[in-house]
Design a protein around this ligand. Structure first.
Ligand SMILES: Cc1cc2nc3c(=O)[nH]c(=O)nc-3n(C[C@H](O)[C@H](O)[C@H](O)COP(=O)(O)O)c2cc1C
Length: 154
């Protein structure tokens, strides 16, 4: 899996006034009709009760400047402290989202499937914000990286 390079996301949700979030690389697009994504979240994660309750969440795709935010949501900080860094705003249904991320995919929980230690969450995308600049934060071989186009790929 260290060879499976992936964009780093922070998945956020809320329950009342309380915000929750975790870092995830196990996120992928599912299909365009309907617009949907899959995320694989550990069943023990602190976000799941709120996510299952509100049935809304946001997938915030991080950029290369936001690796500290990835570490915060990846376990360095706990609970609401995780939101201490970055410009967090409130979207539809009270879901927190990271302004200035590569993209914010606002989702409704459509379906989930338990498998092993994880829950495969299918989110129907209801709204999208995205940045003009393309600079995704990549996690590969246990550390962060950026991307660079290949000079002679065509
Ligand atoms: C780069 C990175 C990618 C991660 N990807 C996932 C993932 O796809 N799914 C997951 O459940 N946890 C993933 N984690 C681990 C969680 O972010 C971490 O365990 C976090 O502390 C969970 O929050 P919780 O303890 O409040 O539930 C990842 C962590 C990092 C640093």
């Amino acid at each position: 899996m260290r060879r499976l390079a992936a964009t780093v996301s922070v998945i956020t949700c809320s329950e009342g006034q309380q915000w929750f979030g975790l870092t995830a690389t196990a996120v992928t697009s599912l299909c365009a009709e309907p617009a949907s994504i899959i995320a694989c979240i550990n069943s023990a994660s602190s976000v799941l009760p709120a996510l299952n309750g509100s049935r809304r969440f946001c997938v915030n795709l991080l950029n290369t400047e936001q690796h500290a935010i990835s570490n915060n949501f990846g376990g360095r900080l706990k609970g609401a402290e995780r939101f201490s860094e970055g410009q967090w705003e409130v979207g539809e249904g009270g879901v927190p989202f990271l302004a200035g991320a590569q993209a914010n995919l606002f989702c409704e929980l459509d379906h989930s499937i338990a498998y092993g230690t994880h829950l495969i969450v299918i989110g129907r995308v209801t709204q999208v914000h995205f940045a003009e600049t393309v600079a995704p934060l990549i996690y590969q071989n246990g550390s962060y990286a950026g991307t660079a186009p290949l000079a002679a790929s065509f």
